[in-house]
Write a protein that binds this ligand. Structure first.
Ligand code: FAD
Length: 323
């Protein structure tokens, strides 16, 4: 039995949870059709059981007591443990969000087993093997989980969410969870949604100005943002930038971000790693700005400007404003 801790946003299943369910299905298939159950803790949207059924879930366990109305990592972990008791699950997983990682880390601690975060692929059942991202996504590591239950989280945007080939209806089953006062000590008091409309405008933008580690820090994006605005385009960034928290994820271009196909792409201070290239290779014209003439992006670009983006970009902005 496999149990996936499912998060919902705005009453629908979060994309990361659908990605985790997709990986769970490949594991279930390898195990000869082990059932995949989902746990939802807190209010559940009307469409959630149907969405989960389409993702191949057999039973949706719902911890719906008012104690789960506000998120508490400890309470959610208790719900996962109750779900495990109810199903005798041998695998417990979640999407690799802050919450998913917190909940599964608590679960692993309480069960005294190891946890593997940021898994990107399932390798095999015996031994139970997964591949996970390490060093901020710069390398992969193969991990064997010898303890049961196997506990892990799935790295965000590393697996493409897909619906199940054979999906039946999912049964919605209430799950009783006994909570201790300690489970409710730390609770979320308010949640502010992040505007992700930007990702859609990025995918369809005719001009994209890119910025990578060369920006130097969160304060290094003013000139590239201005250039994007002057050209009526959008800002796109590399994964280093989002991993370091300099810019939000919805601005990321690449294999695990948005795939763009603008008329013109201007990557500034971006080396052009294969995972970034995967997202921008369809650009019609590429004008790269980089201090290193041998950076892969410079050798692949239509035009390459060798120079410091903090000097070149303001000069371009000034020239555009002058005209
Ligand atoms: P770096 O590789 O560090 O390059 C910085 C560049 O800036 C260098 O070329 C340097 O010469 C130049 N530079 C420095 N200072 C200046 C300056 N002042 N002016 C001009 N140039 C300067 N990456 C993505 O971007 N998108 C993805 O979707 C993505 N998905 C990934 C998925 C997986 C599974 C993995 C393992 C990795 C993924 N990556 C992705 C990461 C990718 O491998 C690279 O690490 C990342 O793209 C590098 O970002 P960067 O070019 O900004 O940084």
């Amino acid at each position: 039995m496999i149990v996936v801790y499912v998060e919902t946003t705005g009453g629908v299943v979060a994309e990361v949870s659908l990605e985790a369910l997709t990986l769970a299905r490949s594991l279930a298939q390898a195990g000869g059709g082990i059932p995949v159950d989902a746990l939802v803790a807190g209010p559940i949207g009307d469409s959630v059981p149907k969405e989960l059924a389409e993702a191949g879930v057999r039973t949706v366990l719902h911890a719906g007591s008012p104690d789960f109305d506000a998120f508490s990592g400890a309470a959610a972990a208790s719900a996962v443990l109750a779900a495990r008791e109810a199903t005798r699950a041998v695998v417990l997983l979640a999407g690799g969000t802050n919450r998913g990682n917190e909940v599964m880390a608590r679960v692993a601690t309480r069960l005294d087993v190891a946890m593997a975060p940021n898994v990107v692929a399932f390798g095999g059942l015996s031994p139970f093997t997964v591949t996970r991202q390490v060093v901020g996504g710069a390398a992969f590591e193969e991990v064997r989980l010898s303890q049961r239950p196997a506990v892990f989280t799935v790295a965000g945007h590393a697996v493409e969410a897909a619906t199940a080939d054979q999906a039946g209806p999912a049964t919605l089953t209430p799950l009783e969870v006994e909570l201790s006062p300690a489970d409710l000590v730390v609770r979320a008091v308010s949640t502010e949604p992040v505007d992700t409309d930007g990702a859609d405008s990025l995918k369809s933008a005719r001009v994209v100005v890119g910025a990578g580690r060369g920006a130097g820090g969160p304060e290094g994006f003013a000139d590239v943002s201005e250039l994007a605005e002057l050209l009526g385009g959008q800002l796109g960034v590399s994964r280093v930038v989002t991993s370091l928290g300099w810019r939000p994820h919805h601005e990321q271009v690449g294999q695990t971000g948005s795939r763009i196909a603008p008329e013109v792409y201007l990557p500034c201070g971006i080396s052009g790693a294969i995972q970034h290239w995967a997202g921008c290779a369809s650009s019609k014209v590429i004008v790269a700005i980089n201090t290193d003439p041998d950076a892969p992006m410079m050798t692949k670009a239509t035009y390459a400007v060798v120079g410091d983006m903090h000097e070149v970009v303001p000069a371009i902005n000034e020239e555009i404003r002058r005209r």
